[in-house]
Design a protein around this ligand. Structure first.
Ligand code: HEM
Length: 376
């Protein structure tokens, strides 16, 4: 089985890990894996925590924020700092806008903009996309060049990519390094942004679990900023995050293409078929999650989790294409809960209509305006 990827996505991301296949995919994966080892993520967690705290310092008691946007900007900023040592917040507005324009074009609704026929038409959106893609490429190539010549080395993904390109310039040319950078920017920020927006929404709508969460945070976190070691003490927060990704899985569907006939429990999937598995559907299957629409973090006690089959819950996929950033995502999500839920209570603006918008990740059709209330 091979991952089926929308061609327009491939044309934006090129041969990054998400869109490469077969042998190339296996090789890339093996080379990039060390960046996501537990110790490396722990080393990056300090930068994550500082960035989240800085964000929280900008929020004001009683203010209304568009949470979908806030989470997107925050996760993008964390991805930039941790994986590439770039501060997107201090970059020129046009670079940030270029990122947003290009990454937005990867969403399903906008994929038409880059489809083979339509991209040739003189539409303003096509012009905007082309200009943004050019500006973004300039920015990324400059980032690569600076790292290649610079004295400072950072233990991040960019260093690994640049080292790979020095060792085998043909196999990993600048274009391929650029593809990986864009891939990780996309895969690394939009998914967590979606997970966090829905977590704040679920907490706002469920006062019981929120009370328990606050009690745990107040009891376990005494110091200024939590470290990765503190996260081990937050078992209820972990259950909240797991349950949030059950109810609203950021990646809600995945596709595969059968390269030959495949036998699955006596069901034959003929060669050439496209198969889709949906996290959204399985996570709401009442055989495994009774009363599935109810947000109930208690489903994630060790005993309850062990009693369920493995693949009734798979927010990060599975097999040899399982999310490479899973550990990174858990650390970041837990730090956000630890820092932001400790300081803030969020409330959905009364009367706001909440409806799902399933794109590349699970969004909210009308955004998520929330009122911030300071706790401490
Ligand atoms: C809550 C956050 C996240 C969720 C729910 C998520 C989910 C997923 C899923 C379901 C896949 C597999 C897709 C498939 O098999 O077709 C995947 C792959 C991937 N994810 Fe994540 N992801 C998250 C965060 C991240 C982060 C933080 C990064 C990077 C820092 C990342 C990078 C990737 C990459 C590069 C792949 C492709 C892996 C491969 O093909 O070998 N993801 N993700």
């Amino acid at each position: 089985m091979r991952r089926s990827v929308h061609r327009p996505l491939q044309r934006i991301l090129g041969q990054g890990l998400l869109t490469s296949r077969g042998k190339i995919h296996r090789k890339q994966r093996a080379l990039l894996q060390p960046v996501f080892h537990k110790q490396c993520i722990a080393a990056l967690s300090e930068v994550m925590a500082r960035e989240i705290a800085r964000w929280s310092d900008r929020w004001r008691d009683g203010a209304t924020v568009e949470m979908a946007e806030e989470m997107t900007r925050l996760t993008m900023s964390i991805t930039g700092k941790t994986l590439f040592n770039v501060d997107l917040e201090s970059e020129a507005v046009e670079v940030r806008d270029a990122f947003v324009t290009v990454l937005t074009a990867t969403r399903f609704n906008n994929l038409l903009l880059v489809s083979k026929v339509l991209e040739k038409l003189p539409l303003p959106a096509n012009d905007r996309f082309r200009r943004a893609a050019k500006r973004l490429d300039e920015f990324i190539y400059q980032m690569i060049a600076e790292r290649r010549t610079g004295a400072a080395d950072h233990p991040d993904l960019l260093s690994v990519l640049v080292r790979m390109s020095k060792e085998s310039p043909k196999k990993m040319n600048d274009r391929k390094v650029r593809d990986q950078i864009l891939t990780f920017f996309l895969a690394g920020h939009e998914t967590i942004a979606s997970a966090m927006m829905w977590t704040w929404y679920l907490l706002a709508e469920n006062p019981g679990p929120t009370k328990k969460l606050h009690a745990e945070l107040d009891e376990a976190l005494k110091g200024e900023l939590p470290s990765v070691n503190d996260l081990d003490k937050l078992s209820y927060a972990r259950m909240v995050f797991a349950e949030s990704m059950r109810v609203y899985p950021p990646v809600w569907i995945m596709g595969r293409h059968a390269l030959r006939d495949v036998n699955v429990n006596a069901w034959i999937i003929p060669k050439g078929s496209y198969v889709h598995v949906s996290q959204f559907l399985l996570h709401r299957d009442a055989r495994y999650f009774p009363d599935p629409e109810r947000f109930d973090p208690e489903r994630w006690t060790l005993e309850a989790t062990a009693a369920r089959p493995k693949f009734c819950y798979f927010p990060f996929g599975g097999g040899n294409m399982q999310c490479i950033g899973e550990g990174f995502a858990w650390t970041q999500g837990m730090l956000m809960i630890a820092i932001l839920a400790k300081r803030w209570r969020m409330q959905v603006v009364p009367g706001h209509r909440v409806e799902l918008e399933p794109q590349l990740t699970l969004g909210s059709r009308y955004g998520m305006p929330m009122i911030l209330k300071r706790r401490r």
